[in-house]
Design a protein around this ligand. Structure first.
Ligand SMILES: CCCCCCC/C=C/C(=O)SCCNC(=O)CCNC(=O)[C@H](O)C(C)(C)COP(=O)(O)OP(=O)(O)OC[C@H]1O[C@@H](n2cnc3c(N)ncnc32)[C@H](O)[C@@H]1OP(=O)(O)O
Ligand SMILES: NC(=O)C1=CN([C@@H]2O[C@H](COP(=O)(O)OP(=O)(O)OC[C@H]3O[C@@H](n4cnc5c(N)ncnc54)[C@H](OP(=O)(O)O)[C@@H]3O)[C@@H](O)[C@H]2O)C=CC1
Length: 270
């Protein structure tokens, strides 16, 4: 996506769509999270952003300050259960929750034999347990607004992946949880879905080891292209919109066909 404003290029939703609506986005200071905040605030939403570091969150605030909605942020480690519950409650009381985006996440690449129990627990806490905590804490607010949840997953999560046993286990758990809560909460009008982005070039993928993977990831992607932050943001907003009214319990892979192609899951096999 090289020409023009990348968000303009993929924008299909109408201005003011989310005026008066509220959202919580975790991992809001960087990469995909910042892109999602930017689109939601651009569409008129009042958004609370969470993350551990204040500086990137403040940069997100600066980037959206002239937009139609509003953005407030709170430093919060989503692995701290009480802090996360309190942050969700505060956001719910401040502007209501029509949309919860569980985006904070990450892992390290390592073969299973090199993942210690503490390393396993760290990745499960961040990518599975924190999502359960946030979603459960948001339930009363989601219920009163007939809201939506978008959980950030990975392309190819159903296939498994070399070097990501912990992360794939966590995100498979999130998919199971998403589908189970989609059933339990359908009567409340709450919808839950997972998004599986392919390769998104963000700061999270900028260290030397990760960059070395990029060529392999793109070669294994049938469309040989990256997924843009703006594409993930537009799809997230779509899922919260009236057009997404009947979508629940889905894993939507936005990845140039990566999950049906040669196999990102074999990266690192050589
Ligand atoms: C299907 C294939 C798709 C491929 C595409 C994949 C694209 C994915 C992209 C992204 O996810 S982008 C976002 C990327 N950003 C990150 O991943 C960064 C986030 N990572 C972290 O924050 C941390 O790594 C962590 C996993 C949350 C751990 O955080 P914590 O601060 O708790 O860690 P430590 O206290 O340092 O260590 C805890 C424990 O973990 C072990 N460990 C840490 N790194 C490694 C490693 N590289 N290899 C092996 N083990 C590691 C560490 O040693 C500690 O264990 P003990 O030594 O105490 O036993
Ligand atoms: N980039 C990619 O190719 C892909 C990414 N994904 C997933 O998308 C999501 C966003 O990734 P991306 O934007 O690329 O990566 P980033 O590393 O830029 O974003 C991760 C965000 O999560 C926040 N975060 C991490 N740990 C915690 C924590 N314990 N408490 C609160 N916030 C935390 C970080 O903020 P802080 O450090 O300040 O806490 C950061 O803002 C992740 O779940 C990632 O795994 C999925 C597929 C592909």
């Amino acid at each position: 996506m090289k020409d023009g404003d990348p968000q303009e290029t993929v924008s299909v939703l109408k201005d003011g769509l989310f005026k008066g609506k509220g959202a919580v986005v975790s991992g809001a200071g960087t990469g995909i999270g910042r892109g999602i905040v930017t689109r939601l605030v651009g569409l008129g939403m009042d958004v609370t952003g969470l993350g551990r570091r204040e500086e990137p969150l403040a940069e997100t605030a600066e980037a959206v300050k002239e937009m139609p909605g509003s953005f407030r942020y709170q430093s919060c480690n989503v692995r701290d259960i009480e802090a996360l519950e309190a942050a969700i409650e505060e956001a719910g009381e401040t502007h209501g929750i029509d949309l919860l985006v569980n985006n904070a996440g990450g892992q390290f690449f390592a073969p299973a034999t090199e993942i210690s129990r503490r390393g396993w627990d760290a990745v499960i806490d961040l990518n599975l347990s924190a999502i359960f905590t946030a979603t459960k804490a948001a339930y009363p607010y989601l219920k009163s607004r007939r809201g939506a949840v978008v959980n950030m997953s990975l392309s190819g999560v159903e296939r498994g992946s070399m070097g990501l046993a912990h992360s794939i286990a966590a995100r498979s758990g999130v998919l199971g949880m998403t589908r189970s809560l989609a059933l339990e909460w359908a009567g409340d009008g709450i919808r839950l879905n997972c998004l599986g982005p392919g390769t998104v070039v963000t700061s999270g993928l900028s260290d030397e080891a990760a960059r070395a993977l990029l060529d392999g990831l793109l070669a294994a992607t049938p469309m040989h292209c990256e997924t843009s932050v703006e594409e993930v943001a537009e799809l997230t907003a779509f899922l919260a919109s009236p057009a997404g009214r009947l979508m629940t319990g889905q894993l939507i892979q936005i990845d140039g066909g990566a999950h049906i192609g040669a196999g990102l899951h074999m990266i690192g096999a050589a």
